[in-house]
Design a protein around this ligand. Structure first.
Ligand code: GLC
Length: 540
């Protein structure tokens, strides 16, 4: 794959950092993080070396799904601050040359959004059709067999008007009807609102769901459904055929993109899943849809395995059209912490090197840079609707716990004596930013080195990618090259040493090891990688 590196845009060259505002830094003493907290940590983020901040939702919300149930698309929930605080955040980030990406939740609103209150008030209300209402099935049950991602049916009956409304998440998240032109115009207006406030991009929530099958047909049963599924897991029992990723969705994507393109240098990122051949279509046939359909392939349903990771990257590189820019995600607010899921904390360093040296835009989830792990949440503290409905073992709270800033009470996330909205990790005394800043070989310093090197090295932020066949099992080796420099990345995914022979190369210099203890010339016909070690080598 060719890319020059020189004329790249900020969202190609840069690194995105996801902030879950509830859990980043509380400045008001209510145990919930806020936008002022983000402002106070901008210097930290600047020093870390990230280029763009993606903020998970901070809109007014009853918090049925912690902000992914939006009651007003054009305001800030008082929990997080107000519009003036948001404006200060944008200005302060831009002063540091950092971009602001916000979450946009176009598939569903809160059931407390005035639009939905109007819509449910009567069948005749002009906004009735802004949501998806259907008559009951002949037996009085839901109109079709779709299930909610969070358990139970995807339909709730409204007694007052005698119809069901669609919600593929909580019942408090009714789905908007993107086939209605007025709704569409109103949603595009919400984009305008933030674009004019200086927002640089949007992370668009469950963007593949916007358009549903026109006839809302039943989904087929899932032949591979696990027999262990909870009784209420209707979603797991069906294949997702008619509820997502409809061809007509691409028409909407192009309209959204054209809308953004009226503004300079903005970026559209979309949350998408699905098979590679369908996923890649979200770049648009001519690059006229999303800039970055989020690529979760390295973290989805995959074990931490060198061969499989390579296969995933190579498959992606092979399907991308020349105009399409890759991107990689290893963790977010919906998944287990990467240091917990991927080969344990020792391999989290290898994961960091992988994420920050592949060709394409990386997204770091807050706390990954200090190796935060899942935090066990006692059942009585579970907050996430997914955990409450589908079993505590499925709660996403485990990866949403307070950022660990220092060894003081509550890890410096909120004032001592205040109860944070989720428990702080038990080991925060050792695992926190302040300790890691003082420890030369810490995870935090590894991230900083990787980010500094990436930013300074055209081959790393913009060069070509080429996998290298090596005979050592459990190792993933690739080249990153630009016109004047060639780099080799060699990652040992095993908890045991490996010796790698790199064909066609003789000498190089280790510039960075994930162990942070060697910088030395090496021979590439006999390259030793210690257990859990990744190295970044400048080639001669
Ligand atoms: C996305 C979000 C997730 C949320 C869901 C419903 O998947 O990432 O956190 O629960 O959409 O909005």
């Amino acid at each position: 794959m060719k890319s020059t590196g020189k004329d790249l845009l900020w969202w190609q060259r840069g690194v995105v950092y996801q902030i879950y505002p509830r859990s980043f830094k509380d400045t008001t003493g209510n145990g919930v993080g806020d936008l002022q907290g983000v402002i106070e940590k901008l210097d930290y983020l600047d020093e870390l070396g990230v280029d763009a901040l993606w903020l998970s939702p901070f809109y007014p919300s009853p918090m049925a799904d912690f902000g992914y149930d939006v009651a007003d698309y054009c305001d800030v929930d008082p929990l997080f601050g107000d519009l003036a605080t948001f404006d200060r955040l944008v200005t302060a980030a831009h002063q540091r040359d950092m971009r602001i990406i916000i979450d946009w939740v176009p598939n569903h609103s809160s059931d407390q959004h005035p639009w939905f209150l109007h819509s449910r008030s009567s069948r005749e209300h002009p906004q009735r059709d802004w949501y998806i209402w259907r008559d009951p099935a002949p037996d009085g049950g839901p109109p079709n067999n779709w299930g909610s991602f969070f358990g139970g049916p995807a339909w709730t009956f409204d007694i007052q008007t005698g119809q069901y409304y669609l919600h593929q998440f909580c019942p408090e998240q009714p789905e908007l009807n993107w086939r209605n032109p007025e709704l569409k115009a109103a949603m595009l207006d919400t984009l305008r609102f933030w674009l004019e406030r200086g927002v640089d991009g949007f992370r668009m929530d469950v963007i593949g769901l916007l358009i549903k099958d026109a006839q809302l047909r039943d989904n087929p049963p899932n032949p591979d459904a696990s027999p262990d599924l909870r009784e209420n897991d209707l979603f797991g029992r069906i294949l997702q055929v008619y509820n997502m990723d409809q061809d007509e969705n691409h028409v909407i994507m192009r309209e959204i993109r054209a809308f953004l393109d009226a503004y300079e240098d903005r970026c559209a990122i979309g949350e998408l899943w699905g098979p590679l051949d369908r996923w890649v279509k979200y770049y648009g046939e001519t690059g006229d849809e999303l800039h970055l359909p989020f690529n979760f392939r390295l973290m989805d349903g995959m074990s931490w395995d060198a061969e499989r990771m390579r296969a995933s990257v190579d498959a992606l590189e092979a399907v991308l059209p020349a105009f399409a820019w890759p991107n990689y995600v290893l963790g977010n607010h919906d998944r287990m912490r990467l240091a917990t899921r991927f080969g344990g904390p020792a391999q989290a360093r290898v994961a960091a090197m992988l994420l920050l040296t592949l060709r394409g835009t990386p997204t770091i989830y807050y706390g990954e840079e200090i190796g935060m792990e899942n935090v066990a949440i006692p059942p009585e503290k579970v907050q996430d609707p997914q955990g409450l409905n589908l079993g505590f073992e499925r709660t996403r709270d485990v990866c949403r716990t307070p950022m660990q800033w220092d060894a003081s009470a509550n890890a410096g996330f909120c004032a001592p004596g205040v109860e944070p909205w989720l428990p702080v990790a038990g080991d925060y005394g050792q695992h926190n930013v302040a300790v890691q800043e003082r420890t030369s070989a810490s995870m935090l310093n590894l991230y900083k080195r990787l980010l500094t090197l990436r930013r300074a090295t055209p081959a790393l932020y913009g060069g070509d990618y080429q996998p290298v066949d090596v005979d050592a099992d459990g190792c993933y080796v690739y080249l990153r090259t630009a016109s004047d420099s060639r780099w080799l990345v060699a990652l040992n995914f095993e908890h045991a040493p490996r010796i790698v022979s790199v064909p066609g190369e003789s000498k190089g210099r280790v510039v960075l090891s994930t162990h942070m203890d060697r910088e030395e010339p090496v021979r590439l016909n006999l390259l030793t990688l210690r257990a859990n070690e990744g190295v970044l080598i400048a080639l001669e």
